[in-house]
Design a protein around this ligand. Structure first.
Ligand code: RTP
Ligand code: MG
Length: 137
């Protein structure tokens, strides 16, 4: 089924010059960019985006990290793209993420309070619609 998902290239990915490499992998997989925009996230956007994590120990370090530089936000479309992009991204912890994935090939654990794992992808149809409205209105 054709779906859309919200992908973020997090500040570590933009800062390390990996935007092109990450977008290339998504496009090479056969997905399409319906929207694509580099932007500085606002505190309000991040509070909404990460509401499910409020109260967890990594919440404030995560928000601070996401505010530390620009992100690239994209609406990506394709058949089963929600699951497919998370498969491309790999496991949350870049140290354990499988080689061949974005996090496995390009990410590592920096020993910091939050996992700087390069990308975000929505985890369900409901999350995708909610997150797309946060980032693209
Ligand atoms: P995402 O939402 O970014 O696509 O990643 P995910 O589903 O794999 O991970 P999730 O559990 O939703 O966590 C959101 C983001 O919080 C950071 N995190 N750091 N213990 C830690 O250091 C830790 N745990 C989570 C990561 O940036 C993760 O992607
Ligand atoms: Mg998540």
């Amino acid at each position: 089924m054709t779906e859309r998902t919200l992908v973020l290239i997090k500040p570590d990915g933009v800062e390390r010059g990996l935007t092109g490499e990450i977008l290339r992998r998504i496009e090479a997989k056969g997905y399409t960019f319906a929207e694509l925009r580099k932007q500085q996230a606002s505190a309000e956007q991040l509070a909404a985006h990460y509401a499910e994590h409020e109260g967890k120990p990594f919440y404030q370090p995560l928000v601070d990290f996401m505010l530390s530089g620009p992100v690239v936000a994209a609406v990506v479309t394709g058949n089963e793209v929600i699951k497919g992009f998370r498969s491309l991204a790999g496991a949350t912890d870049p140290t354990g993420a499988a080689p061949g994935t974005i996090r496995g090939d390009l990410g590592r654990d920096w020993g910091e309070k939050v996992q700087k794992n390069l990308v975000h992808g929505s985890d369900s149809v409901e999350s995708a619609e909610r997150e797309i409205s946060i980032w693209f209105g």
